[in-house]
Design a protein around this ligand. Structure first.
Ligand code: FAS
Ligand code: PHB
Length: 391
């Protein structure tokens, strides 16, 4: 098999890269370890920044997103028995977020690639990279019981945090920066209309809770749980009891429960591997960096990486110009670290740290009070939340 760009991973990063390259006349083949059904059902991110929406719409895959996505012009911070709205339309006029499940983005991109005759090889195994610092890097893998070789001019490692592309970079090249938080998120998908028309981020002594949604009939919730917690400890009844305890803290507001469709526990970590490239291998998305999801940055950062990487590949294939490819990682560094800082800051601001003493908890509350009372502080929060790519 041959392609100008070999892409590992059919997540948002890999699929969008393949789609954007195709629109610029650059050929690619995507290899993916899971099945199409699995990647289109996998519930993950839910909030799209304006830059992500614009990218998908400009690339011709935004039609369902514009029809079904829910535009939100504010979010609520809930603490101390009160609700505090961060009004984007007031603080960052013209900027908003769109709530649209990551799996819907994946479905739209898979459909677009296949409709354009794009090649996505699902259910591969034994994936290995060869000669990534030569002019003929190769992806080796098994598919349908056959060994296969995909020879390309470049490889894009879009295979997520647990993929193999980052590990293909020789020792001593990468600098790794990471932080583990002492808690995890229990994510819940429920077949019940949202009890709020906007997202609610609730700071609570019992632990953080988030009320999000996927449609007018499907709600998405998260609960801060122990880092080593287990789903077996969270029967549906306990989930609703804890969500109500952490969210029903404002007079007159009640949470409507409903059938739980899915639940899963996600670790909270911050991680960056630099540089995001070696030889002819370029990393994009979670393969290069992970943010704790409180800031709703993960998928948006992956999309932003792909925008820059696409332009770099197109420069090379159009004119042999290598400057953007050589400068890819440096070009991404500021945005990656801005998202790292905001996501870590938001996680620290809203979660309950068991080791915090009374003084630390007082500082946390003072910080939240300042954030909702000071216009400059709320504006800084809002411009980070709706997306910093514009700056
Ligand atoms: P992805 O992980 O989405 O995609 C990588 C793909 O590569 C996967 O399909 C995988 O199967 C495939 N792959 C792995 N190894 C491979 C190999 N060796 N060869 C080929 N393919 C391989 N972000 C938010 O903003 N909000 C959230 O609420 C949120 N929740 C999350 C919950 C979970 C459980 C996880 C893991 C992540 C969550 N994220 C969230 C972050 C997530 O949305 C990522 O930022 C986003 O998926 C990044 O997209 P990709 O970089 O494409 O990586
Ligand atoms: C989601 O809807 O999945 C979601 C929303 C906001 C976040 C994280 C996840 O900060």
């Amino acid at each position: 098999m041959r392609a100008q760009v070999g892409i590992l991973g059919a997540g948002p990063a890999g699929l969008l890269l393949s789609h954007l390259l195709h629109r610029q006349g650059v050929s690619s083949i995507v290899v993916e370890t899971r099945s199409r059904s699995h990647i289109e059902k996998r519930v993950r991110a839910g909030v799209l920044e304006q830059g992500t929406v614009d990218t998908l719409c400009t690339a011709g895959v935004g039609e369902r997103l514009l029809r079904e996505g829910m535009v939100h012009r504010g979010i609520e911070l809930r603490f101390g028995g009160a609700a505090h709205r961060i009004a984007f339309e007031d603080l960052v006029p013209g900027r908003a977020i769109t709530v649209y499940g990551q799996q819907e983005v994946v479905k739209d991109l898979v459909a677009a690639r296949l409709a354009a005759g794009g090649e996505i090889v699902f259910d591969v195994s034994d994936v290995r990279l060869e000669a990534i610092d030569s002019e003929r890097p190769t992806i080796l893998f098994a598919a349908d019981g056959q060994q296969a070789r995909l020879e390309c001019e470049f490889i894009a490692g879009c295979d997520g945090f647990h993929g193999i592309s980052r590990d293909a970079i020789p020792g001593g090249v990468l600098s790794v920066f990471e932080r583990h938080f002492p808690f995890a998120w229990l994510g819940i998908l429920a077949a019940v209309a949202p009890s709020s028309h906007e997202l609610i981020y609730a700071q609570n002594e019992r632990g953080f809770a988030l009320h999000s949604m996927r449609s007018p009939a499907v709600s998405r919730f998260y609960l801060q749980v122990e880092a080593d917690d287990d789903l077996a400890n969270w029967p549906d009844a306990r989930i609703w009891e804890e969500l109500r305890a952490r969210l029903e803290t404002v007079p007159g507001w009640t949470l409507t429960p409903g059938p739980i469709l899915e639940k899963g526990i996600t670790a909270m970590r911050s991680y960056v591997a630099e540089p995001m490239q070696f030889g002819r291998l370029f990393l994009a998305g979670d393969a290069a960096h992970i943010v704790p999801p409180a800031g709703a940055k993960g998928m948006n950062l992956a999309v932003a990486d792909v925008r820059v990487l696409t332009a770099a590949f197109v420069d090379w294939f159009a004119s042999g110009a290598r400057a953007r490819l050589d400068g890819y990682s440096a070009a991404r560094s500021r945005s990656v670290w801005r998202a790292q800082h905001f996501s870590s800051w938001m996680t620290t601001l809203l979660h309950t740290f068991r080791d915090d003493d009374a003084y630390a908890r007082k500082l946390q509350r003072s910080h939240l009070d300042y954030l909702v009372r000071s216009r400059p502080a709320a504006t800084s929060f809002a411009e980070n939340y709706v997306g910093m790519e514009m700056l």
